[in-house]
Design a protein around this ligand. Sequence first.
Ligand code: SER
Length: 311
Amino acid sequence: MSDTRRILVIGCLGQVGSELTDALRENYGTENVIGSDVRQPENAEGPFEIIDVLDIDRIREVVDKYTVTEIYNLAALLSANAEKNIEFAWKLNMDGLFNTLNLAREGKIKRLFWPSSIAVFGPTTPKDNTPQDSIADPNTVYGISKLAGERWCEYYFNKFNVDVRSIRYPGLIGYKTLPGGGTTDYAVDIFHQALKQKKYTSFLGENSTLPMMYMPDAIRATIQIMNEPAENIKVRSSYNIAGISFSPSEIAGAIKKHIPEFEISYAPDFRQAIADSWPKKIDDSRARHDWNWSHEYDLEGMVKNMLENLG
Ligand code: SER
């Protein structure tokens, strides 16, 4: 790609979008990264446009206005929220993807990033070291939309030569913004409550191990996969990437080393069934092989960094 990359982030006020937009601006210059979301931010720190991902004409207008070359499409309903509004979740997650895939197919943009999730896996998927290609039988609306989306990404690459790249994000943990409506949100909330109340009631059971990742690793992976030469991206559905796997009791233990009086209790709710259907740990050897992916943060490093930044 030429040096003049103009990037549009759709969903720039979300958990990933806010951190990704800052990182992209550091790398490529504030003026070359256009943030967009369905609501106006309190302080826009660079170019910003209101965009509803369901409105393809509006996306096209912004792409034309800034001569955008690539889009990061992060607009989605996460797993727990999607279960409460299944039709809208399907519409937003699928039509939003189609709009950006179709702009790439039209040649309006050269490259597209769209995140998938560990939620593409389901109850009969092997749970330990889940391979890149494994049984994918999601039983959540979110997981079904991500699996269908992966298939469409690969289809658009094969049929229309659309340069779309994707990662299956694990549960993401960061201190800058709160997640919105996922099953892994407890792993962010626990830090806020540990600092404020010295106690936390987890909505997942104590041994509910899930694949997780510290946000700086996820942002680095996202920027890295988009910078690779196209021929290195062999998987055009979505790549497994792994960071840390832990359970609520394990993260509580790691927090207790810094806040000895911290106590965790457990009151699993409807999100437990979602967590139970997902892998515990995924195998990311394809991403490590194809584009040299490797994570940096382990559980202790992540916990220390989170507490330092929130404290
Ligand atoms: N963190 C997401 C969720 O819990 C998984 O992709 O929905």
